[in-house]
Every structure is written in C-alpha cells, then in structure tokens.
Design a protein around this ligand. Structure first.
Ligand code: NAP
Length: 297
C-alpha cells in the first residue's frame, strides 16, 4: 500500500536527534556558567537483558549530549535498604542533577518506595507523586519522558491543538495519564479510554488526535481512525518469530499500514515515539540542572 501524499510520517528518529543536539548545546552553556557538566545517575539492579540495553543507550547518549553520566550496576539480590541508601546519597550529591532507577526492579524491591525516595527535583523520569501532582495542578515539574516525547511529536505537526478532540487509549501512570494531562493543558478536549471502555472503535473515530498506549499489538485498526487524524503509537510489541527466524517483528498498538492510509500524520514503530524517550530524559536532566542552579529552565 502506498502512503497518500497528504499523510505525514512523523520521523521520531530525526526529531530525537535534533532535540539531543539542542540539549548538548544547552549542556555546554550550563558547563560554561557552572564549571561542571549536568549530571545524570542511572541505577540498574540485576541483569534483565532489555534493561541492560536501555541503560547502555542512556549512558552513551548522556555522554554524547555533553553531560556527566554516573552509572550504578547492582546485583539482582541487592537489598532494598541498600538501594534506598544509594538513592539518598545521590539526592545529597551536588554533582548529580537527575536520578533514574531503571524499572522493572527485582520483585523483592518495592519500586513505589524507591520512587518516593528520589528527590522530586532530581526525578527525571517524572514518576514521583509530587511531579505527577504538579503536572495535574499545572505547576512546573518534571514530566515522564515518553509522554513528553509524544507531545513534542504532536506539536511538530500541529502547533495549536486547542479545541481538538484527543483520545488516549491506556491510563497508566507512566504514559496514558500524563499524556492526557499534557493534552488537556494544551486545551484539547480529552477522552481517556481503557480496557473497560465500551465501543472503543467508535470512541476512536471521534479523535482528531489518537494516542495508543496499550501494549496490544495492532489493536487500533484503520477504520478506527478519523480521516486526517494525528496518530501517535506509543506501543512497542514484539510479535512471535516466524518459523526459522530469530526475533519477531516489532509492531505498535496501531495497525500501521491500515492507519496511515487514513491518518493525516502518524508515528511509525520503530522510529516514532521510542527514540524520543531518551532524548526527553536528557532534556529533563538539563531542565533539572538549570532549576537546581537557579538558571531559567
Ligand atoms: P500498561 O501499564 O500495561 O497500561 C496499558 C493500558 O492499556 C491500561 O490502562 C489498560 O487498561 C489499557 N488496555 C489494555 N488492553 C486494552 C484494550 N484491549 N482496550 C483498551 N485499553 C486496553 O502499559 P504502559 O506502560 O502504559 O505501556 C503501553 C505501551 O507503551 C506498551 O506497549 C509499552 O511497551 C509501550 N511503551 C513504550 C515506551 C516508549 O519508549 N516508546 C515507553 C513506555 C511504554 P486498564 O487500565 O483498564 O487495565
């Protein structure tokens, strides 16, 4: 199927590269004024292979963005108290502006407790309840990276979304709820859909902006999409491998080929929202550093 000439394929890779370059410029200027680079501490507990890959990329891209990376790799059986003590040390460390604890944590550690222990001013994942509350109250804070990246991609194709109907499928604390708050703050009329929503296809057909953050491969079909809509696919799902093949294909929560035939703009998977997540983590680190030093963020 060919893409209709009017459909914009939103290039998340290019947008993320541009954002990282901007952050690097900001980091150089910060270093010039403060005499030290903005610092991001990343903690990985255990050796979950996917988490190892994410942490490796975060460390590499932090350095490429002219920031200081502090890396902590702890064994899977690290006691919760030891992890909490490390977080408290990093809270008190003036060279550390951002703290990220890679999730999921091993089962014996209460991730809620760990998130609560992070200084909200250094909570670059935006998961601390104080930051969630600030987002809801319209106060400056740190917002979760994937929803922030999704919003930037929406703004890249449509600056003013006031009055548009936005439907967010998924209500997680990590993605669905924060993106709904950001859309609301930008004056969209927001509907939050979830697993109990009745007649989801009809709800989606009313969306000028449709955000899918579900975790169900290709749930959103082409005939759920309003012609001309902006479709943001947050989902990352790996299909089972075809016989004889190594890894299965990565797909989003949207049936891409069908949806792009109808949408006005759409993010691909991979290469859409995914690359924006780390770029926004770096932006949040720079924002946290500037605020901590009293610079305009
Ligand atoms: P999650 O915590 O599992 O939440 C999924 C949400 O989808 C829930 O609110 C759930 O509803 C809803 N849902 C599930 N099945 C549904 C259905 N059939 N119809 C309508 N709603 C349904 O997932 P998440 O952490 O938000 O992640 C969502 C997706 O985004 C996943 O594919 C994940 O891999 C991806 N993700 C990508 C990035 C990135 O960097 N691009 C980052 C984070 C997550 P209930 O609340 O009613 O259960």
């Amino acid at each position: 199927m060919t893409t209709p000439s009017s459909t914009t394929i939103i290039d998340g890779k290019a947008a993320a590269a541009a954002l990282r370059a901007d952050v690097a410029k900001g980091a150089i200027s910060f270093t010039g004024k403060q005499g030290r680079r903005p610092g991001l501490a990343v903690i990985l507990v255990g050796n979950d292979p996917a988490s190892e890959v994410y942490v490796g990329s975060k460390v590499r891209l932090t350095r490429e963005a002219e920031m200081k990376s502090f890396e902590y790799r702890l064994p899977a059986d690290t006691p919760e108290a030891e992890l909490l003590a490390l977080v408290r040390r990093l809270n008190a460390d003036d060279l550390v502006d951002g703290i990220l604890v890679q999730l999921p944590l091993p089962r014996h550690i209460d991730s809620g407790k760990v998130i609560l222990a992070i200084d909200p001013a250094k909570d670059v994942d935006g998961l601390h309840p104080e930051n969630a509350g600030r987002l809801m109250a319209g106060l400056p804070g740190l917002v979760p990276c994937t929803p922030l990246g999704s919003m930037l991609l929406i703004e890249s194709v449509r600056k003013d979304i006031a009055g548009l109907n936005a439907v967010v499928i998924g209500r997680s604390v990590l993605v669905g709820k924060p993106i709904a708050q950001m859309l609301l703050a930008a004056n969209a009329t927001v509907t939050m859909a979830h697993s109990r929503t009745q007649d989801l296809p009809a709800v989606c057909r009313g969306a000028d902006i449709l955000v899918a953050a579900v975790g169900v491969p290709e749930l959103v079909r082409g005939d759920w999409v309003k012609p001309g809509a902006i479709v943001i696919d947050v989902g990352i799902n790996r299909l089972p491998p075809a016989e004889g093949a190594g890894k299965g294909r990565l797909v989003g929560d949207v049936a891409y080929e069908e949806a792009r035939a109808v949408a006005g703009a759409i993010t691909p998977v991979p290469g859409g929202v995914g690359p924006m997540t780390i770029a926004c983590l770096l932006q949040n680190t720079l924002t946290a550093a500037r605020r901590r030093m009293g610079e305009p963020a």
